[in-house]
Write a protein of this length. Sequence first.
Length: 139
Amino acid sequence: MVTRSASDWPTNRIVALIIGVVFLLIGILGLLFDTTHGSLLGFDVDLVHNLVHLLTGILGILAAFTGWSRRFNQVFGIIYLLVGLAGLIPGLYFDQRLLGLMHVNAADNVLHLLVGLIAAGIGFFVHDYATEDEAVRRS
């Protein structure tokens, strides 16, 4: 019989799974309600933005169940921090799209910065040593 404890779900894994599920749902909702250019709960969305959310969600869920959650949080955090920072620079908008790719607004930029900061912070500074030690003891 396999017994599970809280240490089976380290912080990085939980965060990657939460990011994955939330972004997957946001991507699905965005595709269901507006695939061109519109607003979803105050955030600008379009087809590319929704597809990015879907991809991020799928990768987050996969990372949570394949042992890559810490690396996902690190990479995801850096990318979203960069996207959030890029969104603050008016010269990076072409045809009213960030880098000419997707619509974003101030709410998107703040959310990208906040989620990126949390994910990167957890990915780089939370090591979940207790779980690694427990795995070594079991083997």
